[in-house]
Design a protein around this ligand. Structure first.
Ligand SMILES: NC(=O)c1ccc[n+]([C@@H]2O[C@H](COP(=O)([O-])OP(=O)(O)OC[C@H]3O[C@@H](n4cnc5c(N)ncnc54)[C@H](OP(=O)(O)O)[C@@H]3O)[C@@H](O)[C@H]2O)c1
Length: 231
């Protein structure tokens, strides 16, 4: 069975993940930050697209020492496995995700990635080659399943999330809506990509919960089986 995939993002009240220059913005507050850290700690892996690595340079590590200690007591590694979806191996060798914190990293690349670049990255991460010119996300899920990853959190960005949604690979969609407006027609949104045009293909959601957190709200949805198999 494919891993259970939970998308978790923070967007502004007007539905943007960052600015039109793709500059990271603080959208949530302390309580939401703790919630996200706990969610991450409860997952076997956390995944992002290369766009997010290049824009934000996240480490994808757990920040709370208490959560790290709890994982250690349960015999788990300090941090969930960190996964980057990166067709051409554009992850910089200096990226925080490769250096901060202990534990496994995976970079999923396509066959179009240069062998020398892959050799460099393989010093820091396990490399999975799947897909001709773009990472094949279904094959990524096959590989994760074989590695024993049962629960995977996806932190963004909108391009990766769009592909996962379109392939029917997302189980839950958790969206924190923060008390700011960012604006900009080019600013990233939770689900970018090409979008769906036929109503029959719009993935349907079932509301799980709505919770006030900091100055905003957290809305959690479950994806119903969807008929959308576009790319
Ligand atoms: N507020 C939040 O919660 C939050 C969270 C995360 C990110 N962000 C923001 O989102 C922005 C980055 O998002 P983004 O949409 O530009 O990038 P992204 O979704 O992080 O990464 C997209 C890239 O992944 C690669 N990729 C490889 N195979 C893919 C596939 N099958 N489907 C989709 N993508 C695939 C593609 O590049 P290659 O073809 O070169 O591999 C693609 O351009 C930044 O501004 C960041 O600050 C916000």
């Amino acid at each position: 069975m494919y891993p259970y995939v939970i998308v978790n993002v923070a967007m502004s009240a007007d539905g943007k993940l960052s600015t039109c220059e793709r500059r990271q913005v603080r959208i949530s507050g302390k309580d939401d930050f703790l919630r996200v850290d706990k969610l991450k700690s409860d997952c076997d892996a956390v995944m992002v697209g290369i766009g997010t690595v290049l824009a934000d340079d996240p480490s994808l590590t757990l920040k709370s020492q208490d959560l790290i200690d709890e994982r250690r007591k349960s015999g788990l590694q300090d941090h969930p496995v960190r996964i980057v979806i990166d067709s051409l191996g554009r992850t910089p060798l200096t990226a925080s995700v490769l250096h901060k914190g202990s534990g496994k990293r995976i970079i999923a690349v396509s066959n179009a990635a240069d062998d020398n670049i892959i050799a460099g990255l393989s010093e820091y991460a396990k490399i999975i080659r799947v897909g001709k010119t773009r990472v094949d996300l279904r094959l990524v899920m096959d590989n994760l399943e074989k590695l024993g990853i049962r629960r995977c959190m996806v932190e963004g960005g909108g391009t990766l999330i769009a592909s996962l949604v379109a392939l029917g690979l997302v189980n839950e969609f958790r969206c924190y809506i923060g008390a700011i407006i960012i604006g900009g027609s080019e600013a990233p949104t939770p689900v970018d990509g090409n979008g769906m045009t036929e109503e029959i293909t719009f993935p349907k959601l079932e509301l799980i919960s709505v919770e006030k957190l900091d100055d905003g709200v957290l809305v959690s949805w479950r994806l119903k089986e969807n008929k959308c198999l576009c790319t």
